[in-house]
Write a new protein. Sequence first.
Length: 329
Amino acid sequence: MLRRGQRDGMKALFYVATLALGMLSPSLAQAQPRIGLLWLESDITPQGLAEIREVLREQGYVEGQNVRFEQRVSVAGYERLPAAAAELVQLRVDAIVSWGDTATRAAAKATSSIPIVMLAASDPVASGLAASLSRPGGNVTGIASLGQALMEKRLELLKEMVPGAQRIAILLNRASKGEIESLEQAEAAAPSFGLHLHVAEARTAKDIEPAIKTASRAGVGALLVVPSTMLRANRARIVEVSASHRLPTVFPDSSYVEVGGLLSYGRDTRYAFRLVAAYVAKILKGAKPADMPIEQVSKLELVVNAKTAKALGITIPNSILLRAHKVIE
């Protein structure tokens, strides 16, 4: 039998141990909150996850201690996203992070109650995901770059870079509604620049080379790539194939230019992931998506690869060089 002093010592030890465990987890009685991650596998995935982890850590949420991730970021294609979203709902995750328009729509269709923090390119109001940008009103909030609105700017830059172009190809996947919206935006803007569009469709990675080859044979003078997680994951191949056909190409973000692409205009994806993580932290602390304004990414980059321009025999106009955030020599 323990003496009174020993019993008091055991109680004190138990209290200290309980307090220590409580510091690792907000509540011993409550499971760690789980964050579902939903998007197609991409080369940016490790960097994006690193940004999310870092921001959450800054907000007091450490993976394995008081927050967990349920990853669905390696689905085979767009058609698998609805099933992956349903899996996250069945797991009763506390929030879903969706990257890309198709992933966001799949998540929104799968649940109207679990908070969804999106990183999407399309207009969430026009697509019915939110009542307004200032007060979404539902379970979807996050970051919208309104990427379709940038298609006109990309066409303008392409025309400046290749003034003689009249017929250009646009590379996309018709299975993605967001990419269809990009096409519609480009079709609406093309006549003002004297451009005619040829659709080069790639539903999977293996379709990329034939699509660009067919466009080249059709006599296009340049190529425009739409925002797409699938295309971004295969950016090196797109850059290689377009170069082999000597097609000046405008891309949606700088990762293409970093591997040899000619020019890009779009958002800083890693910065956008940090913004998404900040939304997640607020939700874990009790904020409601319905009351959290959807932010438009204002940090846009114009990046040019001077080495690629020289290889293609293109002189970069001063009008572009003066506006470029970065020129890769």
